[in-house]
Structure formats: structure tokens, C-alpha cells
Design a protein around this ligand. Structure first.
Ligand SMILES: [Zn+2]
Length: 337
């Protein structure tokens, strides 16, 4: 079975055919991802708070790199549900190329990517032809290394082999001490918030939190908001006057901050199961929001990935070069981010 569907909803299209020969509209992909998130939320699992630290961050066999954006959550969610211990994922063919064979009956997991199409446009006035890059949302299907036999042992690393990029404090300190960084102040009686006008992160002191991990999770959340400042990623949820409480922009910005905090906790080795309490009211609220806005999850996850990159970049510069990718990313594997 080449294209077994793991998420329901699009078997009709994929049955017995290659996904590439059966283009699916962007709307259908947004909907398929949202349906997957809704399904998890309805079972009480918050996808963007699903830690991937047990198996390590999901990685692509094709590029050697970690997945980004919404793919991180889609794969972490599937790993948790199936108990996969390997962080490695590949297409049916990529697993075969590496000497593996997907076991009969195993179901694939949906991941998304952006394909860049070059569109030529002629100016009706001057006749001048310009080329414009148009990103198109596409999808493909991958299997975990644990769903295959015969793969080399490097695809089945020992648990705990994945090291955090740096300690929580190093990441936060490097972000707030680079030139042009947001201010950070600790207010003894204060609340945690980000003030976009003054470009300042305010936090209760570390002693005012239940644990250092709680402090860093809160700090990451507010730091995430600060990446939306006009001088950084210029996100409308921070810069627009319309982003008032209860608005679409406000809801999306909040999801971006929560996803970013969660990504940073996982990257710096903070276990989040105890920190994030997923109450029924919390889950119900997000269920309603994302059901009404099928594009929100993918676009918030992409924004959260950029926010995470912005916050971790200063501390990464102090680290040795990562191992090179096994080979350059082909066009069809540029993950959505
Ligand atoms: Zn917030």
C-alpha cells in the first residue's frame, strides 16, 4: 500500500495514486490539518503543547533537518499516539532508498510544505515580463522509522540522545542582550506581559514562580510576543490597532505565543506536561476558534517557527556548527514554515 491515509478525509483522492499526480487545493490541506488538530483537542490533547522531547524533534530523512512549523506538531502528535521512539520520518520511497521497508498495513502521516511556483506576468502597459515567486501549500505523506524494517541503526537512536540547543537561561539572556533587543524588567508585584509601545517584556521575578521552568515558560511566551514588534517580525497581532481582546488578530497572536513558548521549552529541555494545564475551558475555547478559522493553525505555526528562530538565533551563534544535512533539500521537501 503506497498511499494509506492516516488522517481520514482524503482517501478518495489518494487511493492508489501518487499525491503528486493528484493536486489538492490549499483549502483542502488547511482543512485536513485543522481536522487533525480538532480530533486531538476533542480527545483532550493540545497538539501545540505536545512535547517531542521523548523521541527528539521530528526529523526528515531526506534533509537530515528537523521539521518546522505545523509539521512539528503533526508528527509529534502522531508519535505520541503510536508510541514511536524514533524521531526520523521519510516517504515510502525515501525509506526504501535507505534499505528499509514500510510494514504492510502501516498508515502514513500527513505533512505540508510550500512549493514555490514561478509565475510570469506581463505588464499590460509596458509589455515588460516579470517573474514572481508564488508559494503554494502542498502536502505529502511520511512514515516513522519505527513503521519500517531494515533501516540502518542510526534511524533508531537511543532515547535521550537529542541534546537541548542550550539551557533556558542562555537562550533568554542571549535574546534580550543583543543590540536592539526588547527591554526585560522584573516587577515584584507585577504580571507577565509585553508592552509593544515601550518594547518591554515584564515578568514577575523568578522567585515569584512555582519553579524556574514555569518562569522560563512564561518568559518565552512574552518574548514570543516581542518578536512581533515592528523592528523584528512586524506581526499584525502586535502592530495593528485592531488586535484587541477577542478579535481574530488577538486570538492568532495568542496562539503564536503559545506555540512559540512550547517550541522553546522543547528546544531547551523543559518538560511541559506539568507546566501547561490544559483545562476543559482552554481546550473548548481553542476548538471553537480553530474550527471557525481553518487557516489559523498552519499560519500561526509558521509564525511561531519564525518567532522561535528569532529568539534562538543569538544563542545559536555561540554554538558549534550543526552537522551538515545528509543532502540538500529537494524542492518537494521544503517544509511549511
Ligand atoms: Zn499572550
Amino acid at each position: 500500500m503506497r498511499e494509506e491515509s492516516g488522517d481520514g478525509g482524503d482517501e478518495r483522492c489518494l487511493e492508489g495514486r501518487s499525491a503528486r499526480r493528484c493536486p489538492v487545493s490549499a483549502d483542502e490541506i488547511y482543512q485536513a490539518v485543522t481536522d487533525r488538530m480538532v480530533q486531538a483537542l476533542e480527545r483532550g490533547v493540545v497538539p501545540w503543547r505536545t512535547p517531542w522531547s521523548l523521541a527528539g524533534r521530528p526529523r526528515s530523512m531526506s534533509t537530515g533537518n528537523p521539521y518546522r512549523g505545523v509539521n512539528t506538531w503533526l508528527l509529534a502528535l502522531a508519535s505520541r499516539e503510536h508510541g514511536w521512539q524514533s524521531p526520523w520520518f521519510g516517504t515510502y520511497g525515501q525509506i526504501q532508498e535507505r534499505g528499509g521497508q514500510v510494514r504492510k498495513g502501516e498508515k502514513s502521516t500527513l505533512v505540508t510544505f510550500w512549493k514555490t511556483l514561478e509565475k510570469q506576468e506581463r505588464d499590460p502597459g509596458t509589455g515588460e515580463v516579470t517573474t514572481r515567486a508564488v508559494p503554494m501549500l502542498r502536502k505529502f505523506r511520511v512514515f516513522n522509522a519505527d513503521q519500517a524494517d531494515g533501516l540502518p541503526s542510526r534511524f533508531h537512536p537511543e532515547l535521550g540522545e537529542e541534546r537541548p540547543i542550550a539551557g533556558p537561561r542562555a537562550v533568554l539572556d542571549a535574546y534580550v542582550s543583543q543590540p536592539g533587543a526588547p527591554g526585560l524588567s522584573h516587577d515584584v508585584q507585577g504580571q507577565a506581559y509585553y508592552n509593544p509601545v515601550a518594547d518591554e517584556i515584564h515578568l514577575p521575578p523568578i522567585s515569584g514562580h512555582r519553579s524556574p521552568e514555569h518562569y522560563y515558560a512564561t518568559a518565552y511566551h512574552e518574548a514570543a510576543h516581542s518578536t512581533g514588534h515592528a523592528s523584528r517580525l512586524n506581526r499584525t497581532g502586535i502592530t495593528s490597532q485592531d488586535a484587541t481582546f477577542g478579535s481574530h488578530e488577538y486570538g492568532k497572536e495568542e496562539l503564536v505565543a503559545q506555540m512559540t513558548a512550547s517550541m522553546l521549552c522543547a528546544e531547551t529541555g523543559i518538560g511541559t506536561d506539568e507546566i501547561f494545564q490544559n483545562s476543559a475551558a482552554y481546550i473548548g475555547g481553542w476548538l471553537q476558534t480553530i474550527k471557525g478559522e481553518p487557516r489559523m493553525v498552519i499560519s500561526a505555526a509558521a509564525a511561531a517557527q519564525k518567532a522561535t528562530d528569532t529568539i534562538t538565533e543569538p544563542s545559536r551563534q555561540a554554538l558549534p556548527e550543526p552537522e551538515p544535512a545528509t543532502r540538500p533539500a529537494p524542492d518537494h521537501e521544503i517544509e511549511a514554515a
